[in-house]
Design a protein around this ligand. Structure first.
Ligand SMILES: Cc1ncc(COP(=O)(O)O)c(C=O)c1O
Length: 199
């Protein structure tokens, strides 16, 4: 029997951008110092603060989270025709860079607890496609997936993780910031993504 789906009574907003004051100053500063460029002091500081927040050694600021994921897929060496396991419930930028490189995304089902990649489904997928070497894992809506379990499955099969932490800057898993659990890790500053704010 088909289940009736009723819309929510009140709209649940995903996330809307919020401004806190200094943003406009930094834009002005970049303009006035002529660092309207892919380099400059504000970018250095962004990279430094990202490392500090996440607790990683290096970061590089690109134009968008999508560009970061694209670079990660390139660095992972995905070749045309190669299958790549990807989260299935996510923003499409988790998956698009795989296709940009000619890879073939294989969607791994979502689990009930976290709404993220199901470790059991991932294990099953490796039974079907043991040759897969790259897995792109997103943390949806600021809720981390079951990283230890997912990592254990990937390690067992010799695959690396590209962590899509675009929506989870500020979210922790076992008291560690997301954004450093994979071989390559990506965050985003898109105004629609989920950020922790200083209070
Ligand atoms: C899960 C996820 N991955 C990647 C991206 C891409 O980030 P950006 O918009 O900065 O390209 C987004 C959102 O925008 C996202 O929600």
């Amino acid at each position: 029997m088909k289940k009736e789906i009723k819309p929510f009574h009140n709209k649940v907003w995903l996330a809307s951008p919020t401004m806190h004051g200094p943003e406009l100053e930094y834009v002005k500063q970049a303009y006035e110092t002529n660092w309207m460029s892919t380099v400059g002091e504000n970018i250095n500081q962004t990279e430094r603060l990202a490392c500090e927040k996440i607790g990683c050694k290096y970061s590089v600021a690109l134009s968008a989270g999508t560009a970061a994921l694209h670079m990660a897929v390139k660095l992972a060496g995905v070749k045309p025709g190669e299958k790549v396991f990807c989260s299935d419930m996510t923003f499409d930028a988790t998956v698009n860079p795989v296709v940009y490189e000619g890879g073939v995304p294989v969607f791994i089902d979502t689990e009930y607890d976290t709404w993220n990649m199901d470790p059991a489904a991932l294990e099953k997928a490796f039974e079907l496609y043991p040759e897969v070497k790259v897995v792109v894992i997103a943390h949806l809506y600021g809720t981390p997936g079951k990283i230890d379990e997912l990592k254990a499955v990937c390690d067992k099969h010799g695959a690396i993780i590209i962590e899509d932490a675009a929506e989870s800057l500020g979210a922790t898993y076992k008291e560690k910031q997301t954004g450093k659990f994979g071989t390559y890790n990506c965050i985003s500053f898109n105004g629609n993504n989920v950020f922790e704010t200083e209070s």
